[in-house]
Design a protein around this ligand. Structure first.
Ligand code: SAH
Length: 295
């Protein structure tokens, strides 16, 4: 399983890396985007890559063979961006990239229970050292209302009420421990038509749990002002989101800054993947790219 970086051409167009400029990739993942940037910002330009998942850090370290000391990779959360920049003494930042969410390698190549297609424990943490909460704790320990709320809000799941109710019923009989147990509960909570739907019926609930476990929306809120602060004037921020709640946070923040004349928005409407890209890489289906230049 290899992860295909989304909107590659568009990321380069909006980040516009020039010779000897410096970039931060807040979600370096397997390094697909980072590599493209490093091809453009030579011979002296640097890239600082951040990823919360220690496995992803190992994977993207492959780039060190090729790009040597032009690339530094840090295992941390982008919500600590300012501190990481300070610690690594990474100055003069010309561009920052964030490609939110998770990668296909994490979805299908790890044993953290991100996928309903494999029987695994319900964990879903990108980093089990830095995060305490996991998906098993949520489904077995949270009150029904709180479970219902995250499935509805983070999953935009119309059967959230029924799913939450059935989780509570089921856990009375014993702890819910695996992906398949959860998928079975979801299956018994939805309509037959939904069960045969185009998107697998467990997708939305699994997404909701992943967002809650990793506090993904809070992290985005935390990183945006730090990104603005760190950028040199004329520097660019490019953010790719995969979920309407994420996109709303980003859009509102950009609009607020544009009003204060701190930035110039480069994307009136979010940029989305072409039909060809969606055909090749289904993950790009929901991708939305927004970009600004710091004034
Ligand atoms: N652009 C990458 C793919 C990124 S997938 C590529 O081309 O390969 C999203 C990545 O964000 C995942 O590797 C995930 O571990 C990471 N991630 C999620 N939350 C994070 C956080 N708070 N801080 C840093 N990285 C995070």
């Amino acid at each position: 399983m290899i992860h295909t970086a989304v909107l590659k051409k568009e990321v380069l167009e909006y980040l516009n890396p020039g010779h000897n400029e410096n970039f931060v990739d807040c979600t370096v993942g397997e390094g697909g985007h980072a590599e493209e940037i490093l091809f453009k910002n030579g011979p002296e330009g640097k890239l600082l890559g951040i990823d919360l998942d220690p496995y992803q850090v190992v994977v993207s370290q492959r780039l060190q063979v090729q790009f040597k000391d032009r690339i530094t990779i840090v295992n941390d959360s982008y919500s600590n961006l300012s501190e990481i920049i300070e610690r690594k003494n990474f100055k003069e930042v010309n561009g920052i990239l964030m490609d939110l969410g998770m990668s296909s390698v994490q979805l299908e190549g790890t044993e953290k229970g991100f996928s309903f297609k494999m029987e695994q424990g319900l964990d879903m943490r990108y980093n089990d050292q830095l995060t305490y909460l996991n998906a098993e704790k949520i489904v077995n320990e949270w009150p029904e209302e709180k479970i219902e709320k995250i499935i509805r809000e983070y999953g935009e799941e119309k059967f959230s009420k029924k799913i939450a109710k059935n989780i509570i019923e089921q856990r009375k009989l014993g702890r819910i421990k695996t992906t398949f147990q959860l998928t079975e509960i979801i299956k018994n909570s939805i309509s037959p038509a939904y069960q045969r739907g185009k998107i697998h019926y467990a997708t939305r609930t699994f997404q909701a749990l992943r967002i809650a476990v990793n506090d993904e929306l809070e992290n985005i809120k935390k990183v945006l002002p730090q990104a603005l602060e760190i950028l040199s004037s004329g520097g660019r921020l490019v953010v790719i989101s995969f979920h309407s709640l994420e996109d709303r946070i980003i859009k509102n923040y950009f609009n607020q800054l544009a009003k204060k004349q701190k930035i110039k928005i480069l994307t009136k409407k979010p940029i989305t993947a072409s039909r060809d890209e969606i055909k090749e890489n289904p993950r790009s289906r929901s991708a939305k790219l927004r970009a600004f230049i710091k004034i």
